[in-house]
Design a protein around this ligand. Structure first.
Ligand SMILES: Cc1cc(Cn2cc(-c3c(Cl)cnc4nc(-c5cn(C)nc5C)[nH]c34)cn2)no1
Length: 288
């Protein structure tokens, strides 16, 4: 197993800093090279001052480090290590060669079904790995997915993930589009810490990959109302298999959502992701 950055004390002088790769609410990400090994990585720089005023975001960063450091899966962005100085926290992250997935989605408007199915299969595999470790991501959306050099996707940003169950007070910010009904409804927050919240978000992600916009996209008030009623329409040009998997994930009752094992066995996934199927389809197309 490639473990290029062996865990030890890291410090900024060990890295040659390259171009900025992106910026978030509390910091920036730079391309970086570890000098002794020439290993290329992404260095996320977070400013302590900004975290302190972020309303408990410091705990989120600690959780992100604690959770992501122990994960090892091809579709989860690796966190190799971290260090800090007086003003900043540094996360040494895997460099995703093809950048942020949402930029690809916006550029292509929407993904063809074979590509969407392959991405959803990779997401389901990563979520299955996370749930087996009782980690819930809770913030699955295109903005938190990166793409590796071979086009494989990588879940990043574990700032919202939790070890289930957890009595965390969560303040939500950013888009409502991906929130499941149990996180929209007031009342008991027990369901907030149930892995099945990620199944709902996987359904929203499937819809957005295929249609190019989120299923409940509307004004903030209307979005909440539509989520609470699972009120969405799937365009008629979406294949019946794709419609079926979306409908089986966007179910109000968390216990009735399609389990990840069944997502990976769904006809829409098998049709586009199993090598034999693709060869068979090619054979069929050629024989016409
Ligand atoms: C703070 C802050 C910013 C962000 C969003 N963000 C993530 C990255 C990023 C990471 Cl963490 C890892 N690998 C990346 N590769 C790219 C990239 C590659 N190309 C060709 N273009 C880009 C851009 N970005 C990466 C950058 N910003 N999260 O927290």
């Amino acid at each position: 197993v490639d473990v290029p950055l062996v865990p030890k004390q890291f410090h900024l002088g060990m890295f040659e800093i390259g171009r900025p790769l992106g910026k978030g609410k509390f910091g920036r990400v730079y391309l970086a090279k570890e000098r002794s090994s020439n290993f290329i990585c992404a260095l996320k720089v977070l400013y302590k001052s900004e975290l302190q005023h972020g309303g408990g975001v410091e705990k989120q960063v600690r959780r992100e480090i604690e959770i992501q450091s122990n994960l090892r899966h091809p579709n989860i962005l690796k966190l190799y290590g971290h260090f800090h100085d007086s003003k900043r926290i540094f996360l040494i992250l895997e460099f995703a060669g093809k950048g942020e997935l949402y930029k690809h989605l916006r550029r292509e408007s929407r993904f063809p079904e074979w590509k969407a199915a392959q991405y959803i299969a990779q997401m389901a595999s990563a979520l299955q790995y996370l749930h087996r470790k009782h980690v819930i991501h809770r913030d699955i959306k295109p903005e938190n997915i990166l793409m590796g050099i071979h086009g494989e996707i990588k879940i990043s940003d574990f700032g919202w993930s939790v070890h289930a169950p957890n009595n965390r007070r969560a303040t939500l910010c950013g888009t409502l589009d991906y929130l499941p009904p149990e996180m929209i409804r007031s009342g008991s927050k027990d369901n907030w810490y149930n892995e099945k919240v990620d199944l709902w978000s996987l359904g929203v992600l499937t819809y957005e990959f295929l249609v190019g916009e989120a299923p409940f996209e509307d004004t903030p008030i209307m979005t909440q109302k539509r989520i609470a009623r699972a009120d969405m329409t799937i365009p008629e040009w979406v294949s019946k298999e794709a419609k079926d998997i979306i409908k089986r994930l966007l179910v109000l009752d968390p216990d009735k959502r399609l389990p990840l094992e069944e997502v990976l066995q769904h006809p829409w996934i098998i049709k586009h992701c199993v090598k034999g199927e693709r060869a068979a389809n090619r054979e069929k197309a050629l024989s016409k």
